[in-house]
Design a protein around this ligand. Structure first.
Ligand SMILES: C[S@@+](CC[C@H](N)C(=O)[O-])C[C@H]1O[C@@H](n2cnc3c(N)ncnc32)[C@H](O)[C@@H]1O
Length: 399
């Protein structure tokens, strides 16, 4: 991805769409006394009904969109994830005397390619789940998911059920690839001892960021930022906190009876996230495969994303009574779940040419590509077994 200062001009239709969303945001600012928090702004920019980036009809993921995710790069990624799912599903199936097996629940399934590839691999392993549930906030993506599964694995479409809320009970595997980074975040700047919350205002016919003392606007954020112990010498220090993770994991922990929550995303353990030199935070935007740091531009037309604090994920798991069963880099997780064997099999069966396959593996695993920047964390409930994905190179000590 290239970092850029200037962005390609959106089409007239796109600009018209963006203006409608900006009008809604302007109304929200006015009815909230002149400002909204950045987190509320990000929520509207990404998820405002009919207009937000993820909700409206733009292409988003893949070559014609704004960014590419691991399942788009290679089926090898989803096959490795399927291998981890098979292990858990088999264990649940064996334990239950009845013929009822476990399920898979994928949050934010994007184009649906991972769901299709996982189902095909599990079918080969004779380990299909009872049901593959998908919950996505985006109606447009739900449609694309159906089309993808219909074209890649039509005979398995009946296995898939789309939900709009969580089921009451669930046993099996919860999957979320690059979902946490798409959740709205609080943005703060610490100046010495003072913590400011970033707000968005409307001034001179434009959206503008404004810093407001967090003691007045968001005391919980103020306290959380001070607990990060950012050295005063490193301030002014701007970064972000994802406060959604705690509620989100709690709601999952409440319904899961036994199984695994597998989260894959870019980010760091807290000690490496809030480094003095990372004093501008990690919030970036993706527009037509170009990276920019201007979230108030191209409203609703570009992705806004922040890295994940995996220590916060582990803490949220802990307080929800989920066990942190493993943490490692994407490269190590894929190595543990059979990437080499899947690669060899694909080569032997000419599933793609040698150069393309090798390039896919490099992108998924090289440290400078996705291998180190992306992490996998496994959270379990009533599942006291070793997980193959974390059997070597488990790095929970880093959290
Ligand atoms: C960056 S995309 C990743 C898509 C896909 N997992 C992939 O790897 O290609 C983020 C997705 O997460 C979804 N999303 C974000 N927050 C969510 C939530 N709380 N529940 C369900 N889906 C969510 C968005 O609608 C979007 O489809």
């Amino acid at each position: 991805m290239k970092h850029v200062q200037s962005l390609p001009e959106p089409s007239a239709d796109a600009l018209e769409h963006s203006e409608k969303l900006v009008a809604n945001i302007k109304n929200a600012i006015e009815s909230n006394g002149g400002s909204i928090s950045f987190k509320r702004y990000m929520e509207m920019a990404l998820y405002e009904p009919c207009l937000g980036y993820y909700v409206a009809g733009t292409h988003k993921i893949g070559e014609q969109g704004d960014f590419t995710t691991a399942p788009q790069i290679s089926p090898l990624f989803s096959q490795c994830i399927a291998n981890q799912c098979a292990e858990v599903l088999k264990s649940i199936y064996t334990k239950k005397a009845s013929k009822v097996g476990g399920c898979i629940f994928e949050f934010g399934a994007g184009t649906g390619i991972m769901a299709a590839e996982i189902l095909l691999e599990l079918e080969k392993q004779n380990s299909l789940p009872e049901t593959y549930f998908i919950l996505d906030l985006s109606p447009e993506l739900q449609q694309r998911q159906k089309q993808t599964i219909e074209s890649k694995a039509p005979h398995l479409l009946t296995k898939v059920t789309w939900l709009t809320t969580l089921p009451k009970h669930f046993s099996g595997i919860v999957l979320a690839n690059e979902v946490l980074d798409a959740m709205p975040v609080d943005v703060f700047t610490q100046h010495g001892d003072i913590v400011y919350e970033h707000h968005v205002i409307w001034q001179d016919d434009a959206l503008l960021e404004q810093l407001r003392p967090a003691t007045e606007t968001n005391p919980a954020l103020h306290d959380r930022v001070l607990r990060l112990n950012i050295p005063k010498e490193a301030t002014p220090y701007t970064s972000e906190i994802n406060s959604h993770i705690t509620h989100w994991l709690k709601s999952i922990a409440e319904i899961i009876e036994e199984g695994l929550v597998l989260l894959i995303d870019y980010g760091y353990p807290r000690k490496e996230y809030y480094l003095a030199e990372r004093n501008k935070g990690t919030l970036i935007c993706h527009y037509q495969h170009l990276v920019n740091e201007a979230p108030l531009l191209n409203v609703g037309l570009q992705d806004i994303t922040a890295n994940v604090d995996f220590t916060a994920v582990a803490e949220a798991a802990d307080s929800s009574k989920l066990e942190v069963a493993g943490f490692t880099s994407q490269a190590c997780f894929l190595a543990n779940t059979g990437l080499e064997e899947y690669f060899k099999h694909a080569l032997e069966n000419n599933l793609d040419d040698q150069y393309t396959l090798a390039q896919q593996v490099r992108t998924l695993t090289l440290p400078a590509e996705m291998g180190e920047r992306f992490k996998c964390i496994g959270l379990t409930k009533n599942y006291p077994h070793q997980l193959c994905g974390f059997k070597d190179f488990d790095q929970r000590y880093r959290l």
